[in-house]
Design a protein around this ligand. Structure first.
Ligand code: B16
Ligand code: MG
Length: 217
């Protein structure tokens, strides 16, 4: 099979979750809410607007549309001050080598992320050019667990949906891949990602041979 490989960004290629957390924590404080790391888990893979809605819900706060937009804009500005300091050292272990190996074997590579900052982040860490297609928060209308982001990625790669493999760290993302019958590979803990076809702690434990075997079953 000609496989299409689709990678999530935050939590799979880079650990930007810690920066989202710091920026959301500051935003939450403004409405008198203390965002914990535990609740932050629920924001992974979730879009900016949906994340702010969740935080306001937890805080029991209602704000005007103007204030909402201001909070989202400020959060993103804060977040980008961290992103601007990112370098190649912020790429998670093993993932770049894995992508390069897959490319050398001719497999097309796509990004499938909820982030509107995806191209900027990839350029910052120097791996933008490795991707044959980038599908991100700017090009999708339905959030994960809707599979839209991965289905568009498959189309852009010109690979049938059934031949695609998705690498995801979030529950919603794994669900999205499963919803369109792509092979789902979870990155993180077995407890959180129990719905994934296979779970690994990180890319240093994944071989391309294993992925090929599973995808060709
Ligand atoms: P932005 P992913 C997601 O990235 C993050 O996990 C999530 O925390 C964030 O709110 C979302 O992107 C939107 O990001 O504010 O940059 O548009 O995991 O789908 O790569
Ligand atoms: Mg993610």
């Amino acid at each position: 099979k000609n496989l299409g490989l689709i990678f999530d960004l935050d939590g799979v290629i880079v650990d930007t979750a810690k920066f989202h957390f710091l920026a959301w924590k500051k935003a939450a404080k403004e409405v008198g809410f203390e965002l914990t790391e535990e609740l932050n888990e629920k924001l992974k893979g979730v879009s900016r607007v949906d994340s702010l809605n969740k935080i306001l819900g937890w805080a029991g706060a209602t704000v005007s549309e103007e204030k909402f937009n201001e909070m989202a804009t400020n959060k993103n500005a804060d977040y980008l001050t961290y992103v601007d300091k990112m370098t190649a050292d912020d790429i998670l272990p093993g993932v770049e080598a894995f992508i390069r190996k897959a490319k050398s074997k001719g497999y097309p590579i796509a990004l499938g992320s909820a982030s509107k900052n995806a191209p900027k982040i990839l350029k910052h860490v120097g791996i933008y050019d490795l991707f044959d297609a980038i599908v991100d928060g700017n090009s999708v209308s339905k959030a994960k667990p809707d599979p839209e982001v991965f289905v568009i990625a498959a189309q852009k790669l010109n690979v049938p949906v059934a031949n695609c493999v998705v690498f995801e760290d979030s529950e919603a993302g794994v669900e999205a891949a499963n919803n369109t019958h792509m092979l789902s590979i979870g990155l993180g803990s077995e407890d959180v990602l129990s719905e994934a076809d296979h779970v690994f702690p990180d890319f240093t434990k994944i071989t391309l041979e294993f992925i090929e075997q599973q995808a060709n079953k």
